[in-house]
Write a protein that binds this ligand. Structure first.
Ligand code: FE2
Ligand code: FE2
Length: 195
């Protein structure tokens, strides 16, 4: 138990070091010190591998479904508790700039939460499409095409439907995937018939 606590503390320190070096690298670049920036970036990358190992030791890495669940939990906490509390504290101290900033952060975290929740829904569709979802029995596998989206914050409707057509479920019809600043958006979903 003592070891676990210590490992958790070291994990926080390594995670902070990783971010710190990324930020320091940005500063070095702004100052035109590109070699130093590169060293800092490489060091940050190394710190990430330390973070990864510690997360493994602490059993903090699951499969994607579990990871998305953890991420949603965290974004929910930031949206509903952490930033509203900080906004409140800033108002008490009459620091309006900070209050506005935390209000804005809470809104951004809410968007993260929303985007991840949509991905969680999408994962259900994917499971359905791959035929592994017991609810859909022998659903035909289908392909989901993803590509980089150049429209930040655009919302695309995906005419998603379980390919086990006899189900004709409405649950997966018109799933919206908001790409915001995400590196991908679902753009099409096509049946992949067995040959
Ligand atoms: Fe380290
Ligand atoms: Fe976030």
């Amino acid at each position: 138990m003592v070891l676990r606590k210590e490992l958790e503390n070291i994990l926080m320190n390594e995670a902070l070091a990783r971010c710190r070096y990324e930020v320091f690298a940005e500063i070095a670049r702004e100052e035109g010190l590109h070699y130093i920036a590169k060293v800092l970036e490489e060091t940050a990358h190394n710190e990430l591998s330390h973070v990864r190992e510690l997360m493994r030791m602490l059993d903090l890495i699951g499969d994607t479904k579990q990871n998305i669940g953890v991420a949603i939990e965290n974004e929910t906490l930031e949206t509903n508790r952490i930033y509203p509390n900080l906004q409140e504290m800033s108002l008490v101290e009459n620091d309006l700039d900070k209050a506005r900033f935390f209000q804005q952060l809470a809104k951004i975290e809410a968007r993260h939460m929303e985007r991840l929740s949509k991905i969680e829904e999408l994962l259900k569709v994917t499971r359905c499409m791959s035929g592994r979802n017991p609810s859909y029995g022998n659903a035909e596998p289908a392909a989901i095409s993803m590509k980089a989206c150049s429209h930040p914050r655009s919302v695309r409707d995906v005419k998603a439907r379980c390919s086990a057509s006899s189900q004709k479920t409405s649950a997966y019809r018109g799933v919206e995937v908001c790409c915001m600043n995400a590196p991908f958006a679902v753009i099409s979903m096509t049946n992949q018939k067995k040959r």
